[in-house]
Design a protein around this ligand. Structure first.
Ligand SMILES: [Mn+2]
Length: 314
């Protein structure tokens, strides 16, 4: 991350009194970990901070501090700075339809409310007034770690747990190919600063209800390898029984991606009038963010997704 960008961020924060942090829809451990860490830092500087995600965080993140402070709408009456975290595009917040004059694709000269965009998705389109986008970072919390280190911020155990949560989430518990030497070094330093790893590993990757496991079973049963050499599985709405939610399928794609020698894995699910796809690959020469972009989605070269309105034909 260029020092100048961090200095610009510091300037924006110094000018602002009321700051709102926004994460993406269906917030994950990186979005929530970065929001919490950011909130704690800004609060220590005497800022008034609000946090918003359009979807309620999953109960699995209850161990993070200040989860109960996250609102599902923007309250911008007094707000003078928005910081958007872990969003590859403005519409990932899902607040763009309700607040089109504020959450827009490109902030030109006539800015209503400045947006700082802190993100690591390769598909990020620099929608903010100030853009701290580092696609070499494994997580947004890794970018925040670098910012805090540069600014000499005292991290402390709670913030360290938040930052480690994002790192743990976005590296798939240190198993994805983005688990670099820097990731281990930062994780080690966060542990040294008091981060608690056991609630993270227990809640993020070792906790699922029976209904989730059964739904995963359906996705795994439906898997096949195509003639084009990729693994695909489809879960239709008609296969869901009472109480099963397509959201529970998050995570099963990593199992499909275990099949050796295929080019990539794809999971398609019907979800309340939308067809949602997830892609994963272990190959270095496959760029799945481009593939998802064909369907209006985005993400990383090795992990991407899309959502289009409609239902699956038979
Ligand atoms: Mn992320």
């Amino acid at each position: 991350m260029e020092k100048e960008l961090i200095n610009n961020l510091w300037e924006e924060i110094t000018k602002a009194k009321n700051i709102t942090l926004v994460g993406h829809r269906k917030p994950d451990g990186d979005a929530l970990g970065s929001m919490c860490a950011m909130k704690m830092w800004l609060a220590s500087l005497g800022k008034e901070v609000r946090m918003a995600c359009i979807d309620k965080p999953s109960a699995r993140y209850k161990f993070l501090p200040c989860m109960d402070k996250i609102e599902n709408d923007l309250h911008l009456e007094d707000c003078d700075l928005l910081i958007v975290l872990d969003c590859g595009a403005h519409y990932m917040t899902d607040f763009h339809q309700k607040y089109p004059e504020i959450i827009a694709s490109n902030q030109g000269e006539d800015v209503v409310l400045p947006i700082v965009n802190i993100d690591h998705h390769a598909s990020n389109d620099n929608f903010g007034h100030l853009n701290l986008v580092d696609m070499s970072a494994a997580s947004v919390t890794m970018i925040l770690y670098n910012i805090f280190t540069y600014l000499d911020v005292e991290i402390g155990p709670e913030m360290a747990t938040c930052l480690l949560t994002g790192l743990y989430n976005d590296t798939g518990s240190f198993m994805h190919s983005n688990t670099s030497r820097d990731v281990y070094m930062i994780a080690a330093d966060l542990l040294a600063q008091g981060a608690q790893i056991s609630p993270i590993s227990r809640n993020l990757f070792k906790s699922n209800s029976v209904s989730t496991l059964k739904l995963w079973g359906k996705a795994l049963m439906n898997a096949e390898v195509t003639d084009e050499n990729f693994v695909v599985s489809v879960v239709r709405e008609s296969e869901l029984i009472e109480g099963e939610d397509p959201d529970q399928l998050g995570g099963v794609i990593d199992y499909l991606n275990m099949v050796p020698d295929v080019d990539f894995a794809m999971l398609i699910k019907e979800d309340r009038g939308h067809i949602k796809g997830s892609f994963r690959t272990r190959k270095d020469d496959v760029d799945l963010s481009k593939m998802a972009a064909l369907y209006g989605g985005g993400g990383h070269p090795k992990a991407s997704g899309f959502s289009i309105p409609g239902h699956l034909a038979d």
